[in-house]
Ligand binder design. Sequence first.
Ligand SMILES: C[S@@+](CC[C@H](N)C(=O)[O-])C[C@H]1O[C@@H](n2cnc3c(N)ncnc32)[C@H](O)[C@@H]1O
Length: 211
Amino acid sequence: MADPVERYFDRRARAYDGRYDHGRLQRIIRPSLLRGREAALALARSLGARRVLEAGCGPGRLGEALLAAGVAEYIGVDVSGAMVERAQARLARFGDRARVIHAPVAAAPVEGPFDLVVALGLFDYVHDPEATLGRMTAECAGVLLATFPRWDVVRDPVRTLVYRYGYGCQIRHYDERRLAALLDRCGIGDATVETRRTGFRVTARVVPPPG
Ligand SMILES: C[S@@+](CC[C@H](N)C(=O)[O-])C[C@H]1O[C@@H](n2cnc3c(N)ncnc32)[C@H](O)[C@@H]1O
C-alpha cells in the first residue's frame, strides 16, 4: 500500500502543478513557491551548473526552467507516481538530458557527483530527514540548496491537523537548533541559513571527502 505522503501527492499532483500557472496569485498567497524556484535557477546560472539533482521534484517545473536555461543534465526524484508522470511528460522535449525517477530520495538509484542538489518544499514531508539530506550531500560536489519548514502560528495549527487527520501525513517543522543539529549530523559545516516567516533556506558548499 502507498505511503500516506505518496498517496497525498498522487491525489494532489494536478492541483499542485496548476499553482505554477497562477503566478500573480501565488506571489501573494504562497510567495515561497516561486521564490524557491527563482533562487535555484539563479544559483544554477551563477555556478554554471552542468548536472543538477532535484530531490522531491514534483511536477518538474524547476527541471523545465533549468534545462531551458542550459543545464546539461537534470535528474528529478519523487515518491509520487503521479508527480513523476507529470514531470516526465513536461521534460520529454529535452530528451536524454532529463530523467525522472520514482523513488524515495534516500533510496534513489542516482549517481553523483552533481554540481547542484536542490530540495524545495520537500522536508515538510520527509520522515527520515537525516537519510534524505545525507543522501543529497553524498551525491553533491558543488552546492546544496534546501528549504525547511518553520512553525508559523498563522498557517500551521490548522494545516498540521488537516494533514494529520485528513490525509494521515505528519508534517514536520524545524527550529534553528533542530536544523543546525541535522546539518551537523549530515556533515554540512559551512552553510548559509536564511530565515523567513514560514521556513529556512539553506545554501551550502559541499566538498566531497578525498578518494
Ligand atoms: C511540496 S512538493 C514540492 C515539489 C517541487 N519541489 C516544487 O517545488 O514544485 C513536495 C514533493 O516531494 C515529494 N516527496 C515527499 N517525500 C519524498 C521522499 N521521501 N522522496 C522523494 N520525494 C518525496 C512529494 O511527492 C512532492 O512531489
